[in-house]
Design a protein around this ligand. Structure first.
Ligand SMILES: [Zn+2]
Length: 245
């Protein structure tokens, strides 16, 4: 595995050169196929996946088997990076929503690299901080913002995290699951966006025709989270690592 492959994942890009070289020795390429399940609730962590492009939906499930998307992981993040260094168990189901490619390594190898690399630990801390902030923001979003504005935000987030430009291979069903909304509500919002010329539909996909228009229709959470992500990425390392070094 050559080091340039690591650059398309934001977490791996932020590592120091020595850590990149150690990762590059151990990674293998892994194809993300739409609909494939990477892990199920209750599984032990076997692999840690860092998407280069494509998108994985993280689903929370009820005991009765109902599920709602509780997060998505694309090239900005990774799957299994917390659990591999914690309980070793997974409490969600991960399903590939947009096909692509990930780099993966066994959880045991990841744990060794995590202990060796201060820059990896810093990157993971910042990622955790962002995910917590995002979860809190989405509580506000679900309570205060309209489904249409949340849908527009989710479509743009999905495009960016999966590394796509205009065409997004998602169905209205998966958008409804992503937002925890009724399929009929999503269908009405999508029809309006078609009529307004913001996007058009294909077979199991959406094509963005007017990206500035879609940006304008997004709820304010998009800008809040973009600002927070920028601040986190630009921030100095104030972790215990930096204090102790
Ligand atoms: Zn919002």
């Amino acid at each position: 595995m050559s080091e340039p492959h690591l650059e398309s994942n934001v977490l791996l890009r932020s590592l120091e050169p020595a850590s990149k070289a150690r990762f590059a020795e151990r990674f293998q390429k892994f194809e993300l196929v739409r609909g494939d399940v990477l892990h199920n609730l209750g599984d032990e962590v076997e692999w840690v996946h860092f998407p280069r492009h494509g998108l994985v939906a993280v689903m929370a499930e009820t005991v009765a088997g109902e599920s709602v998307e509780s997060g998505m992981v694309g090239r900005e993040g990774a799957l299994g990076i917390f659990e591999a260094c914690g309980t070793g168990q997974l409490f969600t189901r991960a399903v590939v929503q947009v096909g692509g490619e990930a780099l993966r390594l066994p959880a045991a190898s990841y744990r060794e690299l995590f202990l060796e690399s201060a820059s990896l630990r810093t990157a993971v801390h910042k990622y955790v901080e962002f995910l917590l902030l995002e979860a809190r923001q989405f509580v506000l979003c679900n309570a205060l913002h309209t489904v249409e504005s949340r849908l527009c935000r989710a479509i743009l987030d999905t495009l960016e995290r999966s590394g796509l430009d205009r065409a997004l291979p998602v169905t209205q069903e998966s958008l409804a699951q992503m937002l925890g909304a009724q399929r009929t509500t999503i269908a009405a919002c999508v029809s309006k966006l078609y009529r307004d010329g913001v996007m058009k539909g294909g077979r199991g996909s959406l094509e963005i025709l007017d990206r500035p228009g879609l940006e304008r229709l997004c709820c304010s959470c998009r800008e809040t989270l973009r600002f927070a992500r920028g601040e986190l990425q630009a921030s100095d390392d104030l972790s215990c690592e930096a204090v102790l070094s």
